[in-house]
Design a protein around this ligand. Structure first.
Ligand code: DX5
Ligand code: ZN
Length: 216
C-alpha cells in the first residue's frame, strides 16, 4: 500500500494551524516538512521551533526532510522536535553511516536523500542501515517544479537493488508528483509519494489527498 506524505512547503505558513488541522482530518499518511538552510539549497524555510509547534497539534507522523549542510551539527534538535522520519542528503554528509546510526539509535527512522544527479549505486554500502531512500525527482529547493522523467529508471534500479539484497528499505520520491504520474510511480516501486503543489494549489486539498490514496 503506497503512502502519501503531504508537503506543507507550498501551503500558506501564516495558516499553519489550519493546514495541520486539515491534514489531521485527511487520508495523508505523513506530513512532509522541508527544512532548507539557504546554503545547501537556494531557499530558506523553517527549523526546529516551528516543527515542535507542528508536532504539538499533528495527529500524523512528521516526515522531516533536511536540505541543510552538515546535518550532524543540528541533528539533536531535529530529533527532539518530534520527527518520525529524518532524512539527510547523501551529498551533505561526510560520515553518513554515523549519521544514520545516530538517528536510528534515538528511535527515529533514518532516510537518505539523493539529488537528481546522484546515482543510486553510491548507496551500496549504506543501504543495509537505511530505513528509507528519498529520490529527489526535482532539484531540491522549491515546490511546483516539473518532475524529472529519468527518475523512473532510477527508482527501478533502486527497487532492483533492494529486492536483490532482500532489504526492508522504503523508497520515497519527492518533487513534481501529481495525480497523473502517481500510478506509474507506484508501479515503479515507490512506497511513499511526497506531494505539495498538487495538494495545496488545488481548490480541494482533501479530495486530492483521497484521490492519491485511491490510486493503485
Ligand atoms: C523540494 C521539496 C519538496 C517539495 C515538493 O525541494 O523537497 O518536498 O515541497 O513539492 P511539489 O510536490 O510541489 O513538487
Ligand atoms: Zn521534501
Amino acid at each position: 500500500m503506497t503512502k502519501l506524505s503531504s508537503s506543507i512547503l507550498n501551503s500558506n505558513f501564516l495558516d499553519l494551524r489550519s493546514t495541520i488541522e486539515m491534514l489531521n482530518e485527511s487520508d495523508t499518511d505523513y506530513i512532509h516538512v522541508d527544512v532548507m538552510d539557504g546554503n545547501y539549497v537556494p531557499n530558506l524555510t523553517i527549523g526546529p521551533p516551528i516543527i515542535e509547534n507542528i508536532k504539538e497539534i499533528s495527529k500524523k507522523p512528521l516526515d522531516v526532510h533536511l536540505m541543510i549542510i552538515d546535518p550532524d551539527k543540528h541533528i539533536d534538535s531535529y530529533i527532539k522536535s518530534g520527527a518520525s522520519i529524518l532524512t539527510v542528503h547523501y551529498e551533505a554528509c561526510t560520515h553518513l553511516n554515523r549519521t544514520i546510526n545516530y538517528t536510528k539509535d534515538r528511535g527515529v527512522k533514518a532516510g537518505v536523500a539523493l539529488n537528481p544527479h546522484t546515482p543510486v549505486g553510491v548507496l551500496e554500502e549504506i543501504l543495509p542501515y537505511t530505513d528509507l531512500v528519498l529520490i529527489m525527482t526535482v532539484n531540491p529547493g522549491f515546490g511546483g517544479q516539473e518532475f524529472i522523467n529519468s527518475s523512473f529508471n532510477k527508482i527501478r534500479k533502486l527497487k532492483d537493488l533492494i529486492i536483490k539484497h532482500n532489504y526492508n528499505t522504503l523508497i520515497e520520491i519527492d518533487g513534481g508528483a501529481d495525480l497523473s504520474n502517481a500510478a506509474e510511480l507506484i508501479n515503479a516501486g515507490v512506497d511513499i509519494i511526497v506531494a505539495g503543489t498538487a495538494i495545496f494549489h488545488s481548490n480541494d486539498p482533501l479530495s486530492v489527498i483521497s484521490s492519491f490514496k485511491k490510486i493503485k
